[in-house]
Design a protein. Structure first.
Lengths: 309, 313
C-alpha cells in the first residue's frame, strides 16, 4: 500500500507542474499585453502600467515569471485580488461556504443516485427504468445556469419554498436551493453509473450463490450487491469534481452565495485576469488533490488496483 | 478422355455449399447493424429531426423570421419585455428585440462554435491517442502525461481563462472554438489510445504489415477506421457539451462580442426574471433542446455500436 501511495504522489507532481505552467502560459506567455487588456478601452497612466508590470514581473523572461509564481503557490501565496486583498484571506473566508455547498450537493446527488439508480437496475427494462433514463438524459443536457434559473423562478419566486438568493447569512438551511441545483448537475452521471454498476454486479456468479444459499432478496441486494456496486462510484466523485467546480462558479454567482465560486464569477465578469488566474490555480490544485485522494481511497477499497503496473 | 479422369470424384451439391455461407443475407458489419438498430427507435428520429431543424435555422434564418435580431432600428424600446402579438409569437426582449428572431438567429453561433470546437478537439484527440498507442514507448508516456495535464483543467475553466485574456477585438469564432476544443481533447485521446491498442492486436494488422504496407499506412488505413466507433459517439455528445460551453462563456460575458447568442440572451434576461420570465425561458428551452438532441443522438449511437451496452438494456 505504501508503494502505491508513493507512486501515485510521484505521478501527481509532473501533472501539477504542467497544469500550472499551462495556465500561466495562457495568461502571461502569449503574445499581447495582459496588463493593457485589463484596462479595455481606458488609458492607464504610464506609472501605473509600469508598477503593474513590475508586480507581475513582466519585464523578466517568462520562465522567471513562472518560477516566481510556482514558488508563491508552494508557500501558499496565491497573489492578491484586484481590490488588493490577499487571495489566501479571501479563500479562508469563502472556502467554508463552498465546501458546505459542495458537501450538500454531493450528498443529495449520492442519495438520489443510489435510490433511483438502484431501483432502475432492479426494474431494468420497465417503464420506470426508461423514464428515469430519459430524465437523466435531460439533466445531462440542461446547462447548469438554465437549471439554476428554473429552480430560482419556480421554487424560489413562484412557490416560495426557498429563498431565491442566499446573501451574506448562509447557514446550512439557506443553501438548500443552490445545493439542489448543484446536486442535480452531477446526479445524472452518478445515477447512470450506479445503474450499470448494479446491473453488472447482479449478473455475477456470487450473487447467484448468495441466493442459492437461501439468503433473502432483502439481504442480498443491500449487503452483497449494493456494497460492491459502490466501488466505481468513488472514482465518479473525482470525475464529477470538475463539473462541480464549474457548477459552483455559476450557481454561487446566480444565487449570490458568498463562496469561492462567486469570487471567481465576479472576477470573470469584471475581467480581472490576475484574480481569475489565482482562483483557477486554486481550483486545479483542489482538483488534483481530490483525484489523488480518491485514487488512494480506491486502492484501499479494491486491493486489485494496488498491484496493477 | 485421359485415364486420370477415371478417378471417382464426389458430386458437389452446389446448393448446400451456397446455403452454408448464406449468400442471400446482406453482409453484416458494425454500422449496418447499428443502422438497423437505430432506425426503429422513435427517439432517434426525433433527435435527427431536431438537429436538422436547428441546422436549417442556423444556415437560413430568414426562412423562419423576417425581423432582424439586432442592429439599428430592429429594437422597439416601447415594447420592452412586451408579450406576444401577431407577427411576434414570443413577444419582445428587454431591449425590445423580437424574441423569436433572436432564437432563430442564435442557432448559428451555437452550431458553428459547437461544430468547430468538436472538430478541433476530436482531431487533436485522435492524433494524440493514435500516435501514443501505435508507437508506444517514450512517445506514449510523453503524450499520455500531456493528456493528463489537459485532463486536470476542466475545459470550461480553461476556456474562461483564454477568453478573459484575449482582448475583445481579437475574439472570433475560431478563437472561441480553439479555447473550447483545445482543452477538451484529452478524454478523446484516452479513448482512441485504448481502442488503437485493442485493434493493433488484430490479425489483419499483422497481415497488413507482413504484406509490406508501412506501419504508418497500416495505422491510417486499417487501424484507425476500426477504432472510430467510440470516437463518433464521444464527438456527438461532445458537440452538445461544446454548445453548452459556448453558452456558458456568453452567459459569463466572455463569449463573442456583438453576436446573437442564446447564452448572452439568457444572461441579459436574468435581470427581469420576476417581471418577464418568458424572455429567460425561450432561449433556455432552445439551448436545452439542441443540446438534448445531440446528447440523445450520441447515447443512441453508443447503444447501437456497443454490444456491451446493448446487453444492459
Amino acid at each position: 500500500m505504501l508503494a502505491y501511495i508513493l507512486r501515485r504522489i510521484v505521478q501527481v507532481i509532473p501533472v501539477f507542474i504542467g497544469a500550472t505552467l499551462l495556465i500561466y502560459f495562457m495568461v502571461f506567455g502569449m503574445p499581447g499585453d495582459p496588463i493593457a487588456a485589463l484596462f479595455g478601452d481606458k488609458q492607464p497612466s504610464p506609472q501605473l502600467l509600469e508598477q503593474l508590470r513590475e508586480r507581475y514581473l513582466l519585464d523578466q523572461p517568462f520562465i522567471v515569471q513562472y518560477l516566481n509564481y510556482l514558488g508563491g503557490i508552494l508557500r501558499f501565496d496565491f497573489g492578491t485580488t484586484f481590490s488588493g486583498q490577499s487571495v489566501g484571506e479571501v479563500l479562508a473566508r469563502t472556502f467554508p461556504v463552498t465546501l458546505r455547498l459542495a458537501v450538500m450537493a454531493i450528498i443529495i446527488s449520492f442519495v438520489l443516485s443510489i435510490v433511483i439508480g438502484g431501483a432502475s437496475a432492479l426494474l431494468k427494462g420497465t417503464v420506470f427504468d426508461h423514464a428515469m433514463l430519459v430524465i437523466a438524459l435531460i439533466f445531462i443536457a440542461v446547462p447548469i445556469f438554465v437549471l439554476a434559473f428554473l429552480a430560482q423562478y419556480f421554487l424560489g419566486v413562484q412557490l416560495q419554498w426557498f429563498k431565491p438568493t442566499v446573501g451574506a447569512n448562509n447557514d446550512w438551511g439557506d443553501l438548500w436551493l443552490p445545493a439542489i441545483v448543484l446536486g442535480f448537475s452531477i446526479y445524472a452521471a452518478s445515477m447512470r453509473l450506479t445503474r450499470s454498476s448494479m446491473i453488472e454486479t447482479l449478473g455475477q456468479d456470487w450473487v447467484r450463490t448468495a441466493y442459492s444459499k437461501g439468503l433473502s432478496r432483502g439481504r442480498v441486494i443491500p449487503v452483497h450487491v449494493l456494497r460492491n456496486s459502490l466501488i466505481p462510484m468513488v472514482t465518479d466523485i473525482a470525475t464529477n469534481f470538475g463539473i462541480l467546480m464549474v457548477g459552483a462558479t455559476v450557481t454561487e454567482g446566480i444565487f449570490n452565495v458568498p463562496g469561492v465560486g462567486n469570487t471567481l464569477f465576479q472576477a470573470i465578469i469584471r475581467h480581472e485576469t490576475p484574480t481569475v488566474v489565482s482562483f483557477v490555480t486554486v481550483f486545479v490544485i483542489v482538483y488534483v488533490l481530490v483525484n489523488l485522494l480518491v485514487d488512494l481511497l480506491y486502492g484501499l477499497l479494491d486491493p486489485r488496483i494496488r498491484y496493477v503496473k | 478422355m485421359s485415364s486420370n479422369s477415371a478417378h471417382y470424384v464426389a458430386p458437389i451439391k452446389a446448393d448446400v455449399v451456397v446455403d452454408a455461407v448464406r449468400l442471400g443475407e446482406k453482409p453484416s458489419n458494425l454500422w449496418l447493424d447499428a443502422w438497423r438498430d437505430l432506425r426503429v427507435r422513435p427517439l432517434f428520429w426525433i433527435s435527427v429531426a431536431l438537429v436538422l431543424l436547428v441546422s436549417v435555422a442556423a444556415l437560413f434564418p430568414s426562412l423562419f423570421t423576417s425581423f432582424p435580431p439586432s442592429g439599428q432600428g430592429a429594437a422597439d424600446l416601447a415594447k420592452s419585455n412586451a408579450g406576444p402579438e401577431p407577427g411576434h409569437p414570443l413577444g419582445f426582449s428587454f431591449q425590445g428585440y423580437d424574441v423569436w428572431s433572436r432564437l432563430v438567429h442564435g442557432a448559428g453561433i451555437s452550431l458553428t462554435v459547437g461544430l468547430l470546437a468538436t472538430i478541433i478537439g476530436t482531431v487533436i484527440g485522435v492524433v494524440m491517442g493514435a500516435l501514443a498507442a501505435f508507437y508506444g514507448g517514450f512517445l506514449d508516456s510523453l503524450l499520455s502525461r500531456v493528456g493528463d495535464i489537459f485532463f486536470t483543467i476542466p475545459y470550461i475553466v480553461a476556456a474562461i481563462v483564454v477568453m478573459t485574456v484575449v482582448p475583445r477585438e481579437f475574439r472570433s469564432v475560431l478563437v472561441l472554438a480553439f479555447a473550447i476544443g483545445g482543452f477538451s481533447w484529452a478524454s478523446t485521446a484516452r479513448i482512441v489510445r485504448a481502442e488503437v491498442l485493442r485493434v493493433k492486436q488484430s490479425d489483419f494488422v499483422m497481415a497488413s504489415i507482413a504484406l509490406g504496407l508501412s506501419r504508418f499506412k497500416t495505422m491510417v488505413v486499417h487501424v484507425l477506421p476500426n477504432a472510430m466507433a467510440p470516437v463518433i459517439v464521444v464527438a456527438t455528445i461532445g458537440l452538445g457539451q461544446a454548445i453548452v460551453a459556448e453558452a456558458t462563456l456568453s452567459f459569463l460575458g466572455v463569449g463573442l462580442p456583438n453576436v446573437v447568442s442564446w447564452g448572452a440572451d439568457i444572461s441579459q434576461a436574468q435581470a427581469s426574471i420576476r417581471t418577464a420570465p418568458m424572455a429567460l425561458f425561450w432561449p433556455s428551452l432552445a439551448l436545452t433542446l439542441t443540446v438534448l438532441a445531440f446528447v440523445t443522438l450520441g447515447e443512441l449511437v453508443r447503444d447501437a455500436v456497443d454490444p456491451k451496452s446493448r446487453a444492459q438494456r
